[in-house]
Design a protein around this ligand. Structure first.
Ligand SMILES: C[S@@+](CC[C@H](N)C(=O)[O-])C[C@H]1O[C@@H](n2cnc3c(N)ncnc32)[C@H](O)[C@@H]1O
Length: 290
């Protein structure tokens, strides 16, 4: 092996086999121009397993007794986990100003609020939502739950630890700094915030396990659908519809839109954002009295 030998190279056929397997597993779509990126990201797994070709790696994933566990490792390295606190602040403002007061009224009797961040990566989005809920002062004495889920075990473990380096704070607003404590490894989320956050590993393609979330008032799924093929996107949006309470909101990333798709959601124009709402089903009685 020469100094410049980087390990096995991936053929187009190997790429196509692997991308189909990854797509079936988690819905992520790799175009052909992503072949070198996939090669680079998976090479380390070949080295760890002592394999000399991507075909052998594919065989391992498909047929080896440990294939499923290795598929988790492959997904871990192939997912894009970029995230930070207070990402897409205009949308968080809309959430705070328009959606939270409405939910406070709607849930006034149960005094319970559930928010799900689907595809939460290392957890910054989940803790951001929790800080907004606490800082709003609207829900004192309520049963607040913010669920964060991701397919990657590695990022979920990071999220549970809740300790972050500088790059996570690039859009941080100073009034929220009091929700962090310094530690030798970075800033740790304060226990009052952690207390309402719960993390789990969940593949969004798995509808049965998604049902464990129960009924959510708001679902954030930002910068996740862009990686999926059309069919997966439709399936996942349907899962969100099923998981939302009537009148519940779905908030997507700024480059993701349901505008030209047939879905069961209604479009709601907020001050600076478009969001999606599961319609409230009117009963026969409502129709008689309206
Ligand atoms: C770019 S991050 C988005 C993080 C955060 N929502 C944000 O906007 O900052 C995308 C996340 O989606 C997760 N993901 C991709 N496919 C998934 C799937 N099938 N099920 C659950 N999570 C998935 C990835 O592991 C990754 O952490």
């Amino acid at each position: 092996m020469s100094l410049f030998d980087q390990g096995p190279t991936m053929s187009l056929e190997e790429f196509r086999l692997l991308r189909e397997l990854v797509n079936d597993t988690c819905g992520i779509r790799f175009e052909e121009d992503a072949m070198y990126a996939m090669e680079r990201r998976l090479r380390d797994r070949l080295r760890v397993l002592g394999l000399t070709s991507f075909r052998a790696y594919y065989q391992r994933l498909r047929y080896h007794p440990d294939g499923r566990a290795e598929l988790e490792n492959a997904v871990d390295v192939l997912t894009t986990n970029e995230t930070y606190f207070f990402r897409e602040a205009y949308q968080l403002d809309a959430f705070q100003r328009a959606i939270l007061p409405e939910l406070k009224e709607r849930n006034a009797v149960s005094k319970r609020l559930t928010v799900w961040s689907a595809g939460c990566s290392t957890g910054e989005e989940v803790y951001t939502i929790a800080m907004i809920l606490l800082e709003s002062g609207l829900f004192r004495g309520w049963d607040l739950r913010v669920f964060g889920s991701d397919i990657s075990r590695r990022v979920v473990q990071h999220a549970r630890r809740g300790v972050y380096g500088e790059s996570s704070f690039r859009a941080m607003q100073s009034r929220y700094e009091r929700y962090f404590r310094p530690t030798p490894k970075g800033q740790m989320v304060a226990s009052e915030v952690k207390a309402i956050c719960h993390f789990g590993q969940l593949n969004l393609l798995d509808r049965e396990r998604s049902a464990l979330i129960g009924s959510a008032d708001v679902i954030f799924c930002r910068n996740v659908l862009i990686y999926f093929d059309d069919l997966t996107r439709e399936r996942v949006v349907q899962t969100f519809h099923d998981r939302l309470a009537q009148g519940g909101y779905l908030l997507l990333g700024h480059s993701e839109s349901l505008l030209h798709r047939a879905t069961g959601f209604e479009i709601v124009h907020l001050d600076r954002d478009i969001v999606y709402r599961r319609p409230i089903r009117r009963t026969l009685f409502d129709e008689e009295t309206s």
